[in-house]
Design a protein around this ligand. Structure first.
Ligand code: SF4
Ligand code: SF4
Length: 176
């Protein structure tokens, strides 16, 4: 057996050989990483530095539910329950209403449990007066389930906010 063959088979030489391979593979991986970074560097970023930079969402975005008002800040909702009936989640929308002396509807309670809402949008499509609508607000996290149950005050937009919502999306104010 030659000396050369004897050296290659020595356990210490085999370890050195293996270490050399690991270092070479490491250098190759780092070079590949840099090549990938350089390749993508000129491209426009597709991510945002949220929350410092907020995304521009579509007007059709399914975010927090809200109740639009009439332009004069009075209630638009007529308490017909159509939204509550079409909602696929049991008792998620709860409404109490009665009629005043002039037979006009008065909604005394309107709650939505946003913690159970699946943002399907069914409720917004059946409303006969275009009252219940979705905002682009998606920051809905809170510290308890109870805090996610929004009441009429939480849900209702002012007349001006409602007019802005309608104008942006081409809705005409509904006068009852
Ligand atoms: S968006 Fe869907 S799940 Fe949410 S309240 Fe409306 S109907 Fe119910
Ligand atoms: S469908 Fe519209 S009008 Fe009827 S209760 Fe719901 S929000 Fe009010």
């Amino acid at each position: 057996m030659s000396n050369h063959s004897h050296d290659a088979q020595h356990p210490l030489n085999a370890i050195e050989h293996a270490e050399g391979n690991v270092v070479l593979e490491g250098i190759k991986a780092i070079a590949q990483g840099f090549a990938t970074v350089l390749k993508h560097h000129p491209r426009e970023a597709v991510t945002l530095e949220y929350p410092e930079v907020m995304p521009e969402l579509s007007d059709r975005f399914h975010g927090r539910l809200s109740l639009l008002s009439k332009s004069d800040d009075t209630d638009l909702c007529i308490g017909c329950q159509a939204c509550a009936r079409v909602c696929p989640c049991d008792d998620l929308i709860q409404i109490d209403m009665h009629r005043d002396d002039d037979k006009k509807p008065v909604v005394t309670r309107f709650t939505i449990d946003m913690g159970r809402c699946i943002f399907c949008g069914n409720c917004t499509e059946v409303c006969p007066v275009d009252c219940i609508k979705m905002l682009s607000d998606f920051e809905l996290a809170d510290y308890s389930r109870e805090a996610l149950v929004l009441d009429k005050k939480d849900l209702t937009l002012s007349g001006q906010e409602s007019d802005e919502w309608r104008a942006k999306r081409g809705y005409t104010p509904t006068v009852l």
